[in-house]
Design a protein around this ligand. Sequence first.
Ligand code: AP5
Ligand code: MG
Ligand code: ZN
Length: 214
Amino acid sequence: MKIILLGPPGAGKGTQAKIITGKFAIPQISTGDILRKAVKDQTEMGKRAKSFMDSGGLVPDEVVIGIINERITEPDCSKGYILDGFPRTLIQAEALTEALTALGGDIDFVIDLKADAETLSRRLSGRRVCRECGQMFHVEFNPSKIDGKCDKCGGELYQRDDDKEETVLKRFEVYDTQARALESYYSTSGRYKPVDGNASMEDVSQKVLDILGG
Ligand code: AP5
Ligand code: MG
Ligand code: ZN
C-alpha cells in the first residue's frame, strides 16, 4: 500500500505516519527527517539544504525528487510506504507519478490532514523531538514520562530549529502557496481523502485507519 500524507506544518503527518507504520509494516519516508539527518551529518546535500530549511522555505525540487526516487526502490519499500512531507509542489507530484508509472504502480491513498491555524501553532510550539530516534512528543498533548528524555530510547529531547515562531509563519505561508495545486492534482481521483486533523491523536488515527481499511 502506497500512501501520501499531505498537510500543513504541525498537522500530525509524522505522528500518523508512525501509527500507520506500526499497523501495516510499511516504512515511513519523511523528506524532512532525511534532510535533517543530512544537515546533521554535514553531507553535501545537507549543506545545500540547510539554508532553505532554516528560513522555512522549500529545498529545491530536484534534491527531494532525487531522494525519493532512490528511496522508493529500496527493498523495504516493496510492499509499499508512507510518504510524509512529499510531494510538496506540483513538480514533485508529477515527478512522483512519472517514477511510479515507470515502476508499474501508483499511489493508493492521499490523506490530507486539515487543521486550523491555532491548533497548528500550539502543536509546533510545544513539540519536542528525540535526537536519537526521532520520536515526537508534545509538552502539553503528549509529554514524555521523564522531562527532556525520550520514552522509547532515553535520548535527549530538543526543539526543532524551524519551530521558532518567525520560521513557523514562513512555513505556513509556503505551505499555503502550494496546497491548492496539490489538492486539485490529487482530488480528481477517488483516492484523495481529506481528514479533520484537529481532533485528538487517537481520533485522527481512527479516521485514518478507517480509510486505509485497518
Ligand atoms: P517537515 O519535517 O516535513 O516539516 P513540516 O511539513 O513543516 O511538518 P512537521 O514535521 O512540522 O509537522 P507534522 O505534520 O509532521 O506534525 P507532527 O506529527 O510532528 O519539513 C521540514 C523542512 O524540510 C521544510 O520546511 C523544507 O525546508 C524541507 N522539506 C521537507 N520536505 C520537503 C519537500 N518535499 N520539498 C522541499 N522541501 C522539503 O505533530 C506536531 C506536534 O503535535 C507533535 O508535538 C505531536 O506530538 C503533536 N500532535 C500531533 N497530532 C496531534 C493531535 N491529533 N492532537 C494533539 N497533538 C498532536
Ligand atoms: Mg513531520
Ligand atoms: Zn528516542
